[in-house]
Design a binder for this molecule. Structure first.
Ligand code: S3P
Length: 431
């Protein structure tokens, strides 16, 4: 693997093997930092994600007057309750991170000051009315810029609401719950399909009362949170890239330890198994999040059609599942996934473009795509479009291609997995 300042050149590998630990889970790291800042006492987070996205959350908290320290590899947050947040002196920069911007919008909706949340060019293209709407209904002043960031929030006293999410989104659900816990009265959120449930699992660990079931979460307002200490499990969405690398190369095996095994995040493992993948998992610890190990070995894969109802639980892994699909016998189809067009890039377009450039037989549709698998891909020049998961998915495909591939704008992997190319280099066994 050869790196220039932003492009990475990847030679195909004979096999992909090794034992790896992953950066701390990104979704859990964001939530622990934000909940720690809202709680009372010192929250200690071990194994906090090294992702640039999570650094953006910490930077925004510091800009809001929260005392955040790093000591011996742990992130320490000196929580003083929501009243400890101070008016920011400048625009809060969420960088590339939709989670940072949307979740903090929920916190700031109840703070008695004005704040402006913004991000990079990619984040400035992403939809924000889905989070602005419920916060307005609770009594906050929220102005978006034609539905997108920057978002200006005039926070103040909120009333609890009953809110039905129009699209399944864990970020929006979290924003409403974080506003709701500071509101007067009860807040209920109903989701049309299950999205990741880390907020619902972590709030009780911080001492909050919350009831959930049947796609509905309810919590009373005016609750105080208590600080906690927690080790963040490895990011299972990052694990997905290494798992597929092992599946699509012969004589390959990866072992991943200390990985998050929350069933709301491991649906891609079920899909890969249904495609014929040899993957084993074992849970070592359950609370507040299941953690364990994953082993994956070279496998003969077959294509399948993902039902639209399965998409929300797979949303971040569809790019790498498509790479598995390109290496499967038969066709691999994704439908009902138009939401992918609103991610860090238009992931339907950027994924189809990259795989087509590598010789895959791809048909793009408005809400998904079909790949006729089984063709050997060839090396090419492909573009990440600044999207970390597209860069990593195409890099995974490059390991199994004929001839070298150049991934342009590959530095964006730092958004979720800064060591990705080092890990890939360690697993690569011969050219
Ligand atoms: C996330 C939720 C998902 C996911 C994102 C992280 C989270 O987004 O795609 O990478 O941590 O809550 P949506 O809330 O838009 O579904």
């Amino acid at each position: 693997m050869v790196r220039s300042h932003s492009a990475v050149r990847i030679a195909p590998v004979r096999s992909f093997r090794g034992r790896f630990t992953l950066p701390g889970d990104k979704s859990i790291s964001h939530r622990l930092a934000i909940l720690g800042a809202m709680a009372e006492g010192e929250t200690r987070i071990f194994g906090f994600s090294s992702a640039a996205d999570c650094a953006a959350t910490l930077r925004c908290l510091v800009a809001l007057g929260v005392d955040v320290r790093l000591r011996d590899g742990a992130v320490l947050i000196a929580g003083r309750g929501p009243g400890g947040f101070a008016p920011p002196r400048a625009v809060l920069d969420a960088g590339n991170s939709g989670s940072t911007l949307r979740m903090l919008a929920g916190v700031l909706a109840a703070r008695p000051f004005r704040s402006v949340l913004d991000g990079d060019d990619s984040l400035r293209r992403r939809p924000m009315e889905r989070v602005a709407d419920p916060l307005r209904a609770m009594g906050a002043g929220v102005a978006s810029t034609a539905g997108r960031p920057p978002l200006t929030i005039e926070g103040g006293p909120l009333r609890g609401i009953r809110w039905e999410l129009p699209v399944p989104s864990a970020q929006v659900k979290t924003a409403v719950l974080l506003a709701g816990i500071q509101a007067e009265g009860e807040t209920t959120v109903r989701e049309p399909a299950p999205s990741r449930d880390h907020t619902e699992r972590l709030l009780p660990a911080f001492g909050a009362a919350l009831a959930r079931g049947g796609g509905i979460t309810t919590l009373p307002g005016g609750q105080r949170l208590r600080a906690l200490s927690m080790a963040v499990p490895g990011d299972v969405s990052s694990a997905a890239f290494l798992i597929v690398a092992a599946l699509i190369r012969p004589d390959s095996e990866v072992r991943l330890e200390g990985v998050l095994l929350n069933p709301g995040r491991t649906a891609f493992i079920d899909v890969l198994r249904a495609m014929g993948a040899a993957i084993e998992t074992g849970i070592v610890r359950e609370e507040p999040e299941p953690v364990g190990w994953i082993t994956a070995r070279s496998s003969a894969l077959r294509g399948l059609t993902l039902p639209p109802a399965a998409v929300p639980a797979l949303i971040d892994e569809i790019p790498i599942l498509a790479v598995a699909g390109a290496h499967a016998e038969g066709s691999f189809t994704v439908a009902g996934a138009a939401e992918l067009r609103t991610k860090e890039s238009d992931r339907i377009a950027t994924l189809c473009e990259g795989l087509a450039r590598m010789g895959a037989d791809v048909l793009e549709r408005a809400d998904g795509f079909t790949i006729d698998g089984g063709r050997r891909l060839h090396g090419s020049v492909v573009r990440s479009h600044g999207d970390h998961r597209i860069a990593m998915a195409l890099s995974g495909a490059a390991l199994a291609a004929q001839g070298p591939t150049e991934v342009a704008d590959a530095e964006c992997v730092a958004v979720s997995f800064p060591d990705f190319y080092d890990v890939l280099g360690r697993g690569a066994d011969g050219g």
